[in-house]
Design a protein around this ligand. Structure first.
Ligand SMILES: Cc1ncc(COP(=O)(O)O)c(C=O)c1O
Length: 378
């Protein structure tokens, strides 16, 4: 009865594991910050509800909000569409750019939604490897090999979900140079760009390659997942079409969330971002210490709130994630993100350090039951 286009489109592995978790499970699965939304944003939402009429806003979003977002990218408000989360922005960008049969390069490993949205748009997802053997870093040769005359769009993400790795400015320069003159559009997923652990905010390919559509929002950096506030920022040719589609699909992002989002550019909100970075950096360090203590190798993340833990000696990532679930800890099998991550578990650290410590203890217990460490090949 349903459209052929949707055949094989299933609930993501992330959701499947979450939905099957027994009571009392520790959640190292979902990528959803547990920290409170900054007070300045919540107060702005309360004011908007109590004092204002919240009708439809212009399809593209409140002019004042578009102006603030555009300011971050050094562009004009006309380049910005405010969306219901960055997920909608991603959907709009790909649907606007991709024709039947077009190839779209997606990172392997990468966010589970990319290949699904590409297929729904009629395109063909083509993975470019970020090799596990290189700790999921950018590999120019593999990128060049995936690129063909049929490539229409390249999706990149930094910091990455699922690895937390950042594309360095040099990586982005190499990517931009490989794409120069091809007419390919880059869709740059920057939803984690404000959650970094180094000294400086990671670079964006938009600074190096003009044919870039940035997809981002406040879900992760402002702990606003349920507020559904994201955006798309790119060349007028793309946004002029995407806004029409957006109007038919959602009309506009929530008026209340948009008004509250204006507060995300205040000094209080900037202070809250710094505090969130500090918290996630401390948890990242805690997770790396715990992994080492349990004899596990983790790839050190440089941003976001995920870490990839190598479980190769214990079998497939799916079998290990199942065993972990039996021990009441939710994780995500790396294989869900692409073949390069098949021998890894993705652990998110959206829990306090005490919970993280217990969660890692349960992961270690699951591994010990699968195959005691003494029996591991040396
Ligand atoms: C890489 C990536 N992009 C986009 C999204 C969508 O986030 P939202 O729609 O809440 O902005 C997520 C959410 O998990 C994500 O991990």
């Amino acid at each position: 009865m349903t459209a052929r286009r949707l055949a094989g489109v299933e609930k993501s592995a992330i959701r499947q594991f979450f939905d099957r978790a027994p009571a009392g499970s520790i959640n190292l699965g979902l990528g959803e910050p547990d920290l409170p939304t900054p007070d300045v944003v919540r107060q702005a939402a309360v004011r908007a509800i109590l004092e204002e009429r919240n009708g439809y806003t212009p399809h593209a979003g409140l002019p004042a909000l578009r102006e603030r977002i555009a300011g971050d990218y050094g562009t004009t408000p006309e380049s910005v569409i405010v969306t219901a989360g960055s997920q909608e922005a991603l959907y709009l960008a790909i649907t606007t750019l991709v024709d039947e049969g077009d190839e779209v390069l997606v990172p392997n490993p990468g966010f589970v939604a990319y290949p699904v949205i590409v297929r729904m748009a009629g395109g063909r997802p083509v993975p470019y490897g970020l090799p596990a053997a290189q700790d999921f870093g950018f590999d120019l040769d593999l990128f060049r090999r995936a690129l063909t005359p049929r490539t229409k769009v390249v999706v990149c993400i930094s910091p990455s979900n699922p690895t937390g790795r950042v594309l360095s400015e040099n990586d982005l320069k190499m990517m931009a140079a490989a794409l120069a003159g091809t007419g390919v559009t880059v869709v740059s997923d920057e939803i984690y760009r404000d959650l970094y652990f180094g000294d400086a905010r990671p670079a964006s390919i938009a600074q190096l390659y003009p044919e870039t559509v940035v997809v981002s929002g406040l879900s992760k950096s402002m702990s606003m997942t349920g507020w559904r506030l994201g955006w798309l920022c790119g060349p007028a040719e793309v946004t002029n079409s995407a806004v029409v589609l957006h109007g038919y699909v959602t009309t506009c992002a929530s008026a209340i969330s948009q008004k509250a989002a204006l507060a995300a550019w205040t000094s209080e909100a900037h202070a809250a971002r710094r505090e969130m970075r500090r918290t996630f950096r401390a948890r990242r360090d805690c997770l790396l210490r715990l992994a080492a203590m349990h004899g596990l190798r983790a790839v050190p993340p440089e941003g976001a709130f995920y870490a990839m833990v190598d479980v190769a000696p214990w079998g497939s990532s799916l079998a290990v994630a199942e065993a972990a679930l039996e021990q009441r800890v939710i994780t995500v099998p790396g294989g869900a993100f692409g073949s390069e991550a098949e021998r890894f578990l993705r652990l998110s650290f959206c829990v306090d350090e005490e919970t993280l410590t217990e969660g890692m203890r349960r992961v270690a217990r699951a591994l010990a039951q699968l195959k005691p460490l003494e029996e591991q090949p040396v």
